[in-house]
Design a protein around this ligand. Structure first.
Ligand SMILES: [Zn+2]
Length: 328
C-alpha cells in the first residue's frame, strides 16, 4: 500500500500532485509534529512511482517496491549523522555526486533533506549551487520547522509549501486512532502540550510526557520552597529532552504574562495554576519581560543546535526562574 498523507494535508496534496510540472525544489514548512516528513516521503514516493494512481504512488511497480525495501537507487535521504547535530558539507557533496549520476531506474531522482535548518553554513552554500543549476528530472524536497533559519538565498530558490496544522477536532480524531489506549482527557492534555500538532502529541506520549510533567511540576514546587536546589533539579532532569522542558517554561511564561495583565484568571496550564497565580502577584512586569527575553534567547540557541552545556544551562534556567520571586 502507498503511504497515505494525513487527512489535514489532503487539499495541499491534491494541488501538488495534480500539477503537470513539478518544481525542482520544494521547501515544506509548518509546525513541528504536523507530519511534514511523512508528507515529503509520500511525495517522494509519488515522484518516483512509474504508474501513480489516484495521485499516489502505486505501491506495486518496481520503483515502489525498491523504495519500500529501503533500496531505491534514485532516492537519497539526507539527515544529520546524529539527531540534533548539523548536516555537514560532506553530505551535500554526496548529494551533488548523486545529482550528477543518471537515474538507474530510468525515471526521476529524488532527495529528501530533513531537517533543512540543520545544514551548517558550508553545507547550505554547497547546496545553493545545486539549486541554481537544476538537473532535469531531479527533485529536492527540503523539510523544516524553522524556515527563518535557512539562508534567504536557499529559501528563494525553493517553492515554499506550508503544511497546515489540523483543526482541533481532526487532531483529536487522529490521536484517538493512534493512541486508543488513552482516554479523551489524556489526549487533550497531550495535544495542548504539543501546541495542537498531533504527531508531536503522539511523540510526547511515547516519552511518557504526562508522568514526566508531573515530576517536573513537583520539582518546580520543591525548588521554590527551597526543598531542592537548582543543581539537584537539573540533575534529575537529565533524561528529559531539552526542547520539551523549554516548551513548558515558555508556556508557563505566557500564562504568567496573561495572568498579570488580567487577560486570564486561571493558568491554561492547570497543573501549575497555583504556582503561576502566586508568581504573577509577586513578579513585576519588568522582571517578567526580562525573564522572557532570557528564555527566548536561550530557546533560540538550543533550536540553533548551539553547543550548550545542558546541566549548566538547566541550572541557570532554574536559578533565573527562582530569582523572579526574589528580585523585587
Ligand atoms: Zn509505483
Amino acid at each position: 500500500m502507498p503511504e497515505v498523507a494525513f487527512p489535514w494535508h489532503d487539499t495541499v496534496w491534491t494541488q501538488l500532485t495534480e500539477q503537470a510540472q513539478h518544481a525542482h525544489a520544494y521547501l515544506f514548512s509548518g509546525l513541528p509534529g504536523v507530519g511534514k516528513r511523512r508528507f515529503a516521503d509520500a511525495f517522494a514516493a509519488f515522484l518516483l512511482c512509474t504508474s501513480p494512481s489516484h495521485g499516489m504512488g502505486c505501491g506495486r511497480c518496481r520503483s515502489c517496491l525498491l523504495r519500500e525495501a529501503g533500496n531505491h537507487p534514485d532516492l537519497m535521504l539526507i539527515r544529520p549523522e546524529e539527531e540534533g547535530k548539523a548536516i555537514r558539507v560532506d553530505a551535500i557533496r554526496q548529494l551533488v555526486d548523486f545529482l550528477g549520476q543518471t537515474a538507474q531506474q530510468g525515471g526521476s531522482k529524488v532527495i529528501v533533506l530533513h531537517p533543512a535548518e540543520a545544514m551548517n553554513q558550508n553545507a547550505a552554500n554547497a547546496l545553493l549551487k545545486s539549486l541554481e543549476e537544476p538537473t532535469a528530472d531531479t527533485y529536492l524536497l527540503l523539510v523544516t520547522d524553522q524556515p527563518g533559519r535557512l539562508l534567504a538565498t536557499v529559501r528563494s530558490r525553493c517553492r515554499i509549501q506550508r503544511l497546515p496544522t489540523p483543526s482541533h477536532d481532526a487532531a483529536l480524531a487522529w490521536l484517538a486512532n493512534t493512541v486508543p489506549e488513552l482516554d479523551n482527557a489524556q489526549r487533550l492534555n497531550l495535544l495542548q502540550m504539543a501546541g495542537g500538532a498531533p504527531l508531536r502529541a503522539a511523540a510526547l506520549h511515547e516519552l511518557d510526557a504526562v508522568q514526566l510533567r508531573e515530576r517536573v511540576v513537583g520539582n518546580i514546587k520543591a525548588l521554590l520552597k527551597d526543598k531542592q536546589s537548582a543543581s539537584q533539579v537539573a540533575e534529575s532532569w537529565s533524561k528529559i529532552p531539552l526542547d520539551v522542558l523549554i516548551d513548558w517554561f515558555c508556556s508557563w511564561t505566557l500564562d504568567l504574562l496573561k495572568l498579570q495583565t488580567g487577560a486570564i484568571q486561571h493558568a491554561a496550564n492547570s497543573d501549575m495554576d497555583v504556582v503561576l497565580g502566586y508568581m504573577a502577584k509577586h513578579v513585576s512586569a519588568q522582571q517578567l519581560m526580562e525573564w522572557q527575553d532570557w528564555l527566548l534567547a536561550h530557546r533560540s540557541m538550543t533550536l540553533g543546535k548551539a553547543n550548550l552545556n545542558r546541566g549548566l544551562f538547566l541550572e541557570s534556567l532554574l536559578l533565573e526562574w527562582k530569582q523572579l520571586l526574589k528580585k523585587r
